[in-house]
Design a protein around this ligand. Structure first.
Ligand SMILES: CCC(=O)SCCNC(=O)CCNC(=O)[C@H](O)C(C)(C)COP(=O)(O)OP(=O)(O)OC[C@H]1O[C@@H](n2cnc3c(N)ncnc32)[C@H](O)[C@@H]1OP(=O)(O)O
Length: 614
């Protein structure tokens, strides 16, 4: 049992057109509906509400782009104006309530403006991370069926400029569904070719647009679809509803992150991830904070002092990032010598999430920053933290390796494989008793059955997180590993199943497996093993280069798929199941038991000879 929140009371802190009279419709589990009879609008709560309540001149959004040497601050009034005109332009191009708008953009202001403009119209945005390639984009286009796509001519990585428009054009060619219109931001670095009749330059679309008002939407109207990796190549379209998200995110800004309205909150992530949705865009704006959109990296833009420069310059109160960013900084500047050149007095806390936080990184950050460093745990599906040290309620002792206790509203427990609660300290499946709190996912887009089957069927009455772990006698939760084939590479959740599908499609590959192996910088990296078809006499190195290139072009550079080996055969049980967990232990140099059901134990020696000390 865990502490709870009076969610009806919290609902009074947001703007409603029609306040709800009912807190929760639980008539069709697991399809719970919070505030079912209320009417609201997320954009109103993010912008108009604050302009109407004295924050018109306060900074809402700071854009800081070291890769283009560009900075701009939008006040709440300026951001509202830009969003209202963008909504007007979208409406003029046929977008209305319930229509989907896909956003494939780098970290530029127009990404945030586009998301909020969708919310203003009651259109449903689906942001796709820029590090995904055309094929992944095409899968999402076919699932969400957007009438409009917002994109840009290019994204800028420290080492190269990535032309986005050819990737978008290829994705639209690959997809069965075709959008009616694409609005493209032309960035100075690359001028995109436009398709007459379909593509419009952002600047032209906005030039003659009229400001559009907020459209009141039912509380459970979908605010967005955000695709996340599952066990297969078909990603899951997590659906977030409107009112629950507003109430929960607003509550979390003060209760978890302990930031007051007016303070600067910086989530150093990407708008394409849930952190970007919840804590670059919506949470800070619902709460009247200043949010920061950073188009840069922790290192290399220009050096490992980049984060300290941003904190000093914009007076950041709370920073949220993934542990991998701190590992990258530490690798480059182990003594944090660059920190001494900056005044970090404004910083009160660092929050880390997106992957397991190793105690070494936590201690390094604590020592160098001298502020509380809070590891917390949540998922795309939940949209906001499941476990955290809620600094706005009561700061608990930090226990390295644990994201602390369940956040009020989440009843987290551990079950064994039969669905029975385990003893304190025993590892099992981490699950959350239903109903999940407001702001968590309400379904999967176009896939109600998959929603029920993937998350609620194994442990009836609970949400299965897909993570395994334990809870200690103080109620601290320890998240240890995934229970499925999802891996976490530099805080990016990726499907090994999707990578296997790409390898298996190569004409010379008979069988394959992809496993996640430990990596000191990125946490995990994918490692592929392929068995060649009988009679293939081509050079193995050529084949390996081809499969590595196909993962990059099919899934994207973000997969970081760079290690692959040709093996004679794969280890399997007698029933034909590939022993991925055993191979993972071998690769990580961990002790493992040879499964009793193994077909031929000698295969493990063959694999070990290849992948240990790689
Ligand atoms: C709590 C709920 C959640 O879990 S939400 C998810 C939270 N996760 C995060 O916020 C992600 C944290 N990680 C990061 O921000 C980055 O990995 C950091 C630490 C900044 C390092 O970035 P980077 O050096 O680019 O490495 P990477 O592994 O991310 O990138 C691998 C290759 O992909 C590329 N890439 C990356 N982003 C883009 C993009 N937007 N558009 C196009 N390409 C992109 C990188 O350039 C890199 O390419 P290459 O292989 O080096 O050529």
């Amino acid at each position: 049992m865990t502490a709870n929140v009076d969610w009806m009371q919290e609902a009074q802190n947001i703007h409603w057109y029609e306040p709800p009279t009912c807190l929760l419709d639980d008539s069709r589990p697991p399809f719970y509906r919070w505030y079912p009879d209320g009417t609201t609008n997320a954009c109103y709560n993010a912008l108009d509400f604050h302009v109407a309540n004295g924050r018109a001149d306060q900074a809402a959004l700071i854009v800081d782009s070291p890769v283009t040497n560009y900075q701009r601050t939008y006040s709440y009034a300026q951001l509202l104006d830009a969003v209202a005109h963008c909504a007007g332009a979208m409406a003029a191009n046929g977008v209305g309530m319930g229509d989907r708008v896909l956003i494939y953009m780098p970290m530029i202001a127009e990404a945030v403006i586009g998301m909020l403009a969708c919310a203003r119209l009651g259109a449903v945005h689906s942001v796709v991370f820029g590090g995904f390639a055309s094929n992944e984009l095409a899968v999402r286009i076919d699932d969400a069926e957007p009438s409009l796509i917002l994109s840009a001519s290019c994204g800028i990585e420290p080492s190269r400029v990535i032309a986005y428009k050819p990737l978008l054009d290829e994705a639209i060619d690959l997809a069965h569904h075709k959008p009616d219109c694409c609005i493209i931001v032309q960035r100075p670095d690359v001028v995109a070719e436009m398709l007459p009749g379909r593509d419009i330059a952002w600047i032209d679309a906005m030039a003659d647009s009229t400001a559009h008002d907020c459209v009141p939407v039912p509380a459970n109207h979908p605010l967005y679809i955000l695709y996340t990796s599952g066990t297969t190549g078909q990603p899951k379209g997590v659906v977030r509803d409107t009112a629950g998200g507003i109430v929960a995110l607003k509550w979390s800004m003060q209760s978890i992150y302990n930031v007051a309205p007016g303070e600067v909150f910086w989530a150093a992530s990407d708008v394409g991830w849930v952190v970007g949705h919840s804590y670059i865009v919506y949470g800070p704006l619902f709460s009247g904070n200043t949010t920061l959109l950073y188009e840069g990296k922790p290192v290399g833009t220009p050096d490992a002092g980049a984060y300290w420069r941003v904190i000093e310059q914009h007076k950041v109160s709370v920073l949220f990032t993934a542990p991998t960013a701190f590992r990258a900084i530490r690798k480059e500047d182990p003594e944090a010598s660059l920190m001494g050149s900056y005044d970090l007095e404004s910083l009160r806390a660092l929050f880390l999430a997106g992957e397991r936080c190793d105690p070494d990184t936590l201690h390094w950050a604590e020592r160098e920053l001298a502020v509380p460093v809070i590891d917390h745990w949540w998922q795309t599906e939940t949209g906001w933290p499941i476990c955290a040290n809620c600094l706005g309620i009561e700061a608990l002792p930090v226990v390295p390796g644990s994201p602390a206790r369940a956040v009020p509203g989440y009843d987290v427990t551990v079950l064994d494989e039969h669905g029975e609660p385990v003893e304190t300290g025993t590892i099992g499946a981490l699950v959350i008793k239903l109903p999940l709190p407001p702001g968590t996912f309400t379904t999967l887009w176009n896939a109600e059955e998959r929603y029920e089957q993937a998350y609620f069927s194994r442990f009836p009455g609970y949400y299965e997180t897909g993570d395994a772990g334990y809870i200690d006698e103080s109620g601290y939760v320890f998240v240890m590993a995934r229970t499925d084939d999802v891996i976490n590479v530099a805080g990016h959740r990726l499907s090994t199943g999707a990578m296997e599908e790409v390898l298996a499609a190569h004409p010379d590959v008979a069988e394959c497996a992809v496993i996640g192996v430990q990596d000191a910088l990125k946490g995990q990296l994918p490692l592929g093993l392929i068995v060649l078809s009988d009679g293939v006499a081509r050079n193995e190195l050529d084949i390996l280069a081809e499969v590595i290139a196909s993962v990059r072009t099919s899934i994207g550079p973000v997969a970081a798929f760079k290690q692959c080996y040709v093996v004679k055969r794969l280890p399997k049980t007698r029933s034909g199941k590939i022993l991925r967990a055993t191979m993972r232990s071998i690769a990580d140099g961990q002790a493992f038991k040879v499964p009793a059901t193994i077909d031929d134990p000698v295969i493990l020696d063959e694999i070990a000879a290849l992948i240990t000390n790689r």
